[in-house]
Design a protein around this ligand. Structure first.
Ligand code: PFF
Length: 467
């Protein structure tokens, strides 16, 4: 059955724009901030190897499932799944998975905007030369000074949320497509500038070895983290890729397009690692700095090396752009859904949802300062508490939302999308949508979606919960 439906929200001009948009969504703080520090924390090459395996066996197949559901459904993820379920004679409750994904995406946006806001603050700091010759204590204090000031955090969080809402409010073609055509090439140029610089530091090979030296004894530690990160970095499990798929031209081949996006995302993460570690080593620092790597260790490195102020400025502009092109994709599934549901204008719906994310994001802002003692999910001696002020264990607001989304909602969403495409939709619909000529290749991809990806997610998910 041919499928010539078009989304009411618009359509990308070509498959290239889908690649730009999906890559823009995938490449973000996950690649530039999280990937290098996680590689540092989990011992280098062993983590990288696990991560690559998860991308190929789980991440890309789920991305394929999302894209094909989106393009065939031609509506927001919730309604696309509902209509495809009815078409296949399956339960329409499958669409609940997309509804949960939509909420997860909004929750991610709420804290992502706060962290992206830090990069805006650092652009100013780098531009002013605040980090010239700074000591380790000085850099720690600078980061502490930012996170302990709720007003400053609120300012940057608000600004970032505003620019995200502006792009989404303008619509698929005038907003998203137009800005992505500028943002993405700029991002690649900036990354290459940084890589070029790291080649001149004299520590390039040290960085290279760190990323690619495989130490089998470290594999165990990193596997859970690698799987969670594969979801986060590819933006799968929440419906962002699905909604972008619904704007994709009918003729474009989904298989090769999705593989291109997976490759580009991986390439950016590896390039970011190759650009950053040599700079860290050149400054005589250790790469295992945890989440502070980008905001504490790197500024020290930028403060020490030649041309560090300019390189640092380029770096934080890069981070801000990458975060921006990701944050818009978190808002789009919900905006598309509520526009369809309420018939209200896109601008109004965007404004309301951005306001919601902004309010939730204030929880993250406060979790670094006056609300640091508000703990959630506390397992104490006297039992479990959902919330407790000043508890020993438990997670603060930011950690709770991060944990809830990355470790629980994304894997569950990804699992549901893969099962839906693999088992609920009928095989002919999937075959028609993928339009892969070689039966062997089709069967391989179909098997990855039906079996390998769900089993992979389940194993890691159960292992995670029983930890
Ligand atoms: N993939 C983004 C990153 O690596 O920073 C994060 C992300 C974007 C997660 C969009 C989820 C999402 F829907």
């Amino acid at each position: 059955m041919a499928n010539d439906k078009v989304s009411i929200h618009g359509a990308w001009a070509s498959r290239w724009v889908f690649i730009l948009a999906a890559t823009g969504s995938a490449v973000g703080l996950g690649n530039i901030w999280k990937f290098p520090y996680m590689t540092g924390m989990y011992g280098g090459g062993a983590f990288v190897a696990m991560y690559l395996l998860c991308i190929v066996l789980v991440g890309v197949p789920i991305m394929l499932a999302e894209t094909l559901i989106g393009r065939r459904g031609r509506q927001s993820p919730v309604n696309a799944m509902k209509s495809l379920a009815l078409e296949a004679g399956a339960s329409r409750h499958w669409s609940l998975a997309a509804l949960v994904g939509l909420v997860a995406a909004l929750l991610i946006l709420s804290f992502y905007s706060v962290v992206a806001g830090w990069s805006l603050d650092y652009i100013i700091g780098m531009g002013r030369g605040d980090f010239r010759g700074i000591s380790a204590e000085g850099a720690g204090a600078a980061f502490g000074g930012l996170t302990s000031d709720p007003w400053r955090l609120t300012l940057w969080h608000s600004l970032f949320m505003l620019v995200t809402a502006i792009v989404i409010g303008k619509g698929v073609v005038a907003g998203l497509e137009r800005s992505l055509r500028i943002m993405m090439p700029l991002l690649f140029v900036l990354l290459l500038v940084l890589l070029g610089y790291s080649l001149t530091t004299g520590h390039f090979m040290q960085g290279f070895d760190f990323l690619f030296h495989f130490d089998p004894s470290k594999v165990q530690d990193g596997i859970l983290a690698a799987m969670g990160h594969a979801f986060f970095t590819l933006s799968v499990g929440v419906g962002s890729i699905m909604v972008y798929g619904s704007y994709m031209p009918k003729k474009a081949s989904i298989g090769s397009t999705v593989i291109a996006v997976g490759l580009l995302d991986t390439l950016v993460a590896l390039t970011a690692g190759l650009a950053l570690f040599p700079i860290v080593f050149a400054a005589g620092l250790e790469p295992g700095g945890g989440p502070g790597l980008m905001f504490v260790t790197l500024p020290i490195a930028f403060g020490t090396i030649a041309f560090g102020q300019i390189v640092g400025l380029v770096f934080f502009v890069l981070v801000a752009i990458a975060a921006w092109s990701s944050s818009i994709s978190m808002l789009e599934p919900a905006v598309a859904y509520f526009v369809e549901r309420s018939g209200r204008s896109r601008a109004l719906v965007t404004g309301m949802l951005a306001l919601f994310c902004w309010v939730v994001g204030m929880g993250t802002v406060l979790s670094f300062n006056i609300g640091a003692e508000a703990k959630f999910f506390v397992f104490a001696e006297d039992g479990f508490h959902l919330y407790q002020w000043g508890a020993e264990g438990g997670r603060n607001f930011f950690d709770s939302i991060d944990y809830l989304t990355s470790r629980i909602l994304l894997p569950l969403g990804g699992l549901a999308f893969a099962l839906f495409a693999g088992w609920a939709m009928n095989r002919e619909a999937v075959r028609d949508e993928l339009a892969i000529k070689s039966p062997l290749l089709f069967n391989l991809l179909y098997w990855l979606v039906r079996v390998v990806a769900p089993v992979g997610v389940l194993i890691v998910f159960i292992a995670e919960l029983s930890k």
